[in-house]
Structures are given as C-alpha cells and as structure tokens.
Design a protein around this ligand. Structure first.
Ligand code: ATP
Length: 308
C-alpha cells in the first residue's frame, strides 16, 4: 500500500534522510522511532507531500507522489508536530473550516464534524475557544481534524508529545480506535509509545533506517540463559557436547555461579534445546541453578542498534 524506496533528503550539505526504504501494508500500526533530530518529521513531511524528496520514490496505492500529490493527500490524515490549530476559533468552527479545506462537500460537513468530535470525545468542548483548551484537548482537535475526510492512512507526528499520563492513555486509545479504519504511522522518541500501540517498529538513527521489525518478532527470544554452579571446564565440556549450540557467551561469574547465553543453530527456539542442555550439564555434574529464554525489550534493542 505504502512503498518508500531509496528515500533521500538533504538540507544544503546536510543529509537528513539517507537512503531509507520500507513498505507498509493496509491496517498496520507502524511506529517511526528515533531520537530528536533522527529524521522522523522529515520522513513524515515527505510521505504527506509537504516536502519533496531529494532522491528516491514514494508510492501510495500505486500512485507516485511526485506525479499525483493531491490525490495522495486526499487519502491521508495528518497531524503535524506541535498540532497547528487556530486558537481564536471554537472547536466546531475550526473543524468545519478544516473540513472545507479537506474538500468535504458542504452537505456532508456537519455529519463529518460530528463524527470526528464524537470519535475524539470532544463533545463537551465543541463550543469552546481552542485557546482555552488544555494541551491534551488541543491535540484531540488536531486528531479530529485529521479524521474529517475519512482517510485510509493516518500520519501522526509525535501525537503524545507533552501530554500528561491520563491524556497519553486517551490518545493511545484514540490511535487504536483509529487503526480499525485506517493504516497508522506515528512518530515518537518514546519507546513505551511504540510498545503500547504499534504492531511494527522502524527505528531511524541519524537519517538511516537501522531496524524494521514486527513487535512480536522483537519480543521472541533467540537465546537461552543458563546459570550453573560448577567448574568452568565441566560447563565447557557439557556445552560442547550439545551439537545444536552455535555460540556460547559467558555473561557473568558471580562467586560460584556462572551465567551463559546460548544461541542455537538455524534459529532453533531455545525452549526446544533446553532439555538437551540440562541433561548435558547434569551428566557433567554441574548444578543447574536457572534456565530461561532471554527476554528482549524494545529498550534493549534500541540500545543494541545504538551500539552498531
Ligand atoms: P524531533 O523528534 O526533534 O522532531 P525528528 O526525528 O523529527 O526530530 P527532523 O525534524 O526530521 O528530526 O530533523 C532531522 C534533521 O534535519 C535534524 O538534524 C534537523 O536539524 C535537520 N533539519 C530539519 N529541517 C531542516 C531544515 N529546514 N533546514 C535544515 N536542517 C533541517
């Protein structure tokens, strides 16, 4: 549905986006994760047709953004960073105006505005001036604006930035609800955000894509962690006898306890090999203290990508 190929954007001599490619299928919730300045906003501006790529292509539903920008923009709802809304207008007047800008026919506008207000739970605030709303409610107005033309794709730049915990929770629910009707791409520098709402993460670092993975793949463990009380030589002998083991990393030697991370050939699940490892250790007279699949968190993966 969305295909990005070899995307490059330079500002003068500075390369902000460097050869980034990915494709996103219908109905996915994808998090663009990266530190401040990584290039998330630049990618989003190019996806929404507000910034031209220096090189590379963006195709959405078979339409090339360099040729059919307006047709693509009609498919997209966009919440830009810092949510630009008109503070001196009431919520309802602003949304009515935004619906006109989105090209919603006059006869449908009231229905669409009502629908967007209901979906973002803004009914109580509908007649209030935007400049009297809290940041969380203003952010909801921004999301309501992005939903007015019933877009197939929602692009949300830092949607929870600056919100308090209860507003963050509300925004997450809103994103999950919106994802039932649209493909969602959101940017954030907050790991928990991605963990809470996304089913896929793309990590951007200094303009480059450094990771693209589904969340369940990230969480799945590839290594078996083993702690034993034994002579190191006996542990080595035991582990050498297990042919499925590809590599052994010693993690710690805490007094009598030795900890190892074992990786297996052909991406074999650690759980499958655990009985053979346990038997080999026991045969060598090692006291097995603990054994469990390694739990990876997005935080550890984010740090791993930083170290590359
Ligand atoms: P943040 O989380 O802080 O919004 P980001 O990941 O969205 O960051 P971008 O705003 O895309 O990052 O910026 C990427 C890099 O490009 C940064 O180094 C930024 O300073 C630079 N940059 C962005 N816009 C311009 C511009 N108009 N002119 C020059 N440099 C720019």
């Amino acid at each position: 549905m969305i295909s990005v190929d070899g995307l490059v954007r330079t500002y003068g001599d500075f390369t902000a986006i460097d050869n980034v490619s990915f494709s996103i299928g219908q109905g996915e919730i994808v998090g663009l994760l990266g530190h401040n300045g990584a290039g998330k906003t630049t990618i989003m501006k190019m996806l929404t047709g507000f910034l031209e790529p220096t090189d590379g292509s963006i195709t959405i539903d078979g339409l090339d953004i360099s040729e059919q920008r307006e047709a693509i923009q009609r498919k997209i709802g966009y919440l830009p960073e810092n949510c630009p809304v008109y503070p001196e207008m009431t919520v309802i007047d602003y949304l009515n105006y935004a619906a006109a800008l989105h090209g919603v026919p006059e006869t449908d506008r009231l229905t669409r505005v009502r629908e967007a207000i209901a979906r973002t739970e803004l009914t109580e605030k509908a007649t209030q001036l935007i400049n009297t709303l809290s940041r969380g409610y203003r952010q909801r107005v921004g999301v309501a604006q992005s939903l007015l033309h019933r877009p197939d794709i929602l692009i949300l730049d830092e949607p929870t930035n600056g919100l308090d915990p209860s507003q963050v929770q509300h925004m997450r629910n809103l994103i999950r609800e919106a994802a039932q009707h649209a493909t969602v791409i959101l940017s954030t520098h907050i790991l928990q955000e991605v963990q809470a709402v996304c089913d896929r993460v793309i990590i951007i670092r200094a303009g480059k894509k450094v990771l693209d993975s589904r969340m369940e793949e990230l969480r799945s463990a590839h290594r078996l962690l083993v702690t034993v009380q034994a002579e190191p030589g006996k542990v080595d002998a035991a582990l050498m006898g297990v042919t499925a083991i590809q590599s052994v990393e010693q993690l710690s030697a805490d007094r009598n306890y030795l900890s190892y991370a074992l990786e297996f050939r052909d991406q074999t699940e650690p759980q499958q090999c655990a009985p053979a490892v346990a038997s080999a250790l026991l045969e060598q007279g090692c006291a097995l203290y603990a054994m469990q699949p390694e739990q990876r968190t997005l935080e550890s993966i984010f740090l791993e990508t930083a170290a590359r």
